[in-house]
Design a binder for this molecule. Structure first.
Ligand code: GAP
Length: 514
């Protein structure tokens, strides 16, 4: 879909997701719940396959990493210790005319993005005018572009200083000075900026007077920190070792947009790697590269990924980077790699009054380990794979086909089986092949419509192989196997199907590339 505008392409991704049972709006019959989504029959399979691939790569392939499944509800003091009660905030501002609420930082970032767009347009104009156009030279010498760039730098510096100083009056003043208007009402009638905590709370206890306020976890990591010593002791783990976990996290995101990119209920896949103090930077670099390699193994294209090293660090980190992916709406954070020092464990020691130290037999010394964290959003990963996979192709005969080129090992169905016609014993043979294969692979069976239509349907689901049983199959026990991406066909023996599929769609085929 190279000649389609990115925003239109993104709309196609969303509508394809719905049309083929990948993702539905939550509670759609009640007009939906904002930024909450349900995974449908194909989406659930794809999501499970991505999660499995992550789990096997992190836990199964690493003898020193084990997995846990901690509860969503945790003792409320957990979130006091982690800093989430006091500091997990977004700066919010309301427009008094439209009564709409915005993230002040997003309003400012969008203003900056508009100036960046102006630079992009200047560059495009110049590139058309001059032969041998050198973009870098143009950007550093063109007066108008330099002026735009200076404006961006000035806003960025002022905004960062205001945030660092927690100076919310200054944040509002920036919005006023930039003459930012409410996109809905067009007015500049803004309230003051306030901090808004992103955690959802609920109460636990049967009688309201006794009920405790508890939170829905905003990250899975804390479930690992509070269990670190349980796992270390019972698993006899020696440093360095890791604890991995996948599970739901909840954030009351105010600017919840871009489909499943920013949700209020989402799934994280996190791993905390516990290391000897002083070795954390080595491990940080190790995990940055290892996680990037994992993403590259999906085959979505090297150019789609980049690192974004954080200059401004969270209070608990001494290094942090995002692995960004080029979504249809630009490069955005896909995964975070954070060197979290001993901050979390020390905080939990202090708030719980329990020692969380590790005795290092090599050093003959006890210490609180340092932690390097890898944290990826499963839904964002899903979106990156879906957006990269969706293609509209024009065939030689002029017809178009929609195909989802999902990495074969992650596809919801690994193969589809079709009897050519619904008679002459072909359905019976097709069903018996299905019966054999379904213990190892998720297989679709389809006998409706022409084979051409069935191919199109499976292309739209992302099924890598279509197996057709025809009259020749009855005679020589062979079938045709049609490849999703090339549309080429092979004739192969029915007996050879399990090995054929295992080699091409088994999760091992991906794991071996790591
Ligand atoms: N424990 C560290 C942590 O939670 P984070 O950068 O806030 O770090 C990690 O989140 C990852 O979780 C992000 O890189 C992103 O993929 C995913 N994520 C965060 N907020 C999200 C949201 N509202 N919707 C979907 N995914 C989200």
């Amino acid at each position: 879909m190279s000649n389609i505008k990115p925003e239109d392409f993104f709309k196609n991704v969303i509508s394809h997701s719905k049309e083929y049972g990948f993702i539905f709006q939550s509670s759609e019959i009640y007009d939906g719940l904002s930024a909450v989504y349900d995974y449908g029959q194909l989406g659930t399979e794809l999501k499970k396959n991505i999660r499995d691939y992550w789990w096997k790569a992190m836990v199964q392939l690493n003898e020193n990493i084990v997995g846990i499944d901690a509860s969503i509800f945790m003792h409320p003091t957990t979130w006091k210790a982690s800093g989430h009660v006091d500091a997990f905030n977004d700066p919010l501002i309301d427009n008094k005319d439209s009564k709409k609420r915005y993230r002040a930082d997003v309003l400012i970032e969008e203003h900056i993005a508009k100036i960046e767009d102006k630079i992009k347009k200047e560059v495009e104009k110049a590139a058309k005018r001059f032969e041998n156009f050198d973009e870098a030279v143009f950007i550093s010498t063109n007066a108008r572009v330099k002026e735009y760039q200076e404006k961006i730098d000035f806003i960025n510096t002022r905004f960062k200083t205001a945030l660092n100083d927690n100076n919310l009056e200054e944040v509002k003043q920036i919005i006023v000075d930039l003459e930012i208007v409410d996109p809905i009402s067009g007015s500049r009638n803004w309230t003051d900026v306030r901090q808004f905590n992103l955690m959802f709370s609920t109460s636990m206890g049967s009688v309201s007077e006794d009920a405790n306020t508890i939170y829905l976890r905003p990250e899975t990591a804390q479930g690992i920190f509070v269990n670190y010593l349980n796992v270390q002791k019972t698993g006899r783990m020696k440093i360095p070792f890791g604890i991995a976990q996948t599970g739901k996290a909840f954030r009351n995101e105010i600017v919840a947009r871009q489909f499943i990119f920013r949700m209020r209920e989402f799934e994280q896949m996190e791993m905390q790697f516990f290391v000897r103090p002083g070795t954390e930077m080595e491990w940080y670099e190790h995990w940055k590269q290892t996680r990037l390699n994992w993403h590259l193994s999906l085959g979505l294209g090297k150019e789609k990924y980049r690192f974004h090293d954080h200059l401004k660090l969270a209070h608990y980190a001494n290094a942090a980077a995002d692995i960004e992916y080029e979504f249809p709406f630009g490069f955005k954070e896909l995964e975070g790699i954070h060197s979290r020092t001993d901050f979390d464990l020390k905080q939990h020691e202090q708030f719980s009054g329990k020692k969380l130290q590790y005795f290092d037999p090599e050093l003959n010394q006890s210490y609180v380990p340092y932690v390097v964290e890898t944290s990826v959003g499963l839904d964002r990963l899903f979106l990156s794979i879906l957006a990269s996979a969706l293609k509209e192709e024009t065939l030689e005969n002029g017809e178009t086909r929609t195909v989802l080129s999902i990495p074969a090992a992650l596809a919801p169905y690994k193969a589809a089986i079709f009897p050519l016609v619904k008679k002459d014993g072909l359905p019976e043979l097709a069903e018996s092949i299905m019966k054999d294969l379904k213990f190892d692979f998720n297989i679709a069976y389809d006998e409706k419509d022409t084979v051409g239509k069935r191919y199109r349907r499976q292309d739209a689901y992302g099924t890598p192989y279509c197996i057709t049983v025809d009259h020749q199959s009855l005679e020589d026990k062979t079938v045709t196997v049609r490849h999703r991406d090339t549309m080429l066909q092979d004739r192969i023996k029915i007996d050879a199907l399990p090995a054929f599929l295992e080699e091409r769609v088994g999760i091992k085929s991906l794991l071996k590339t790591l």
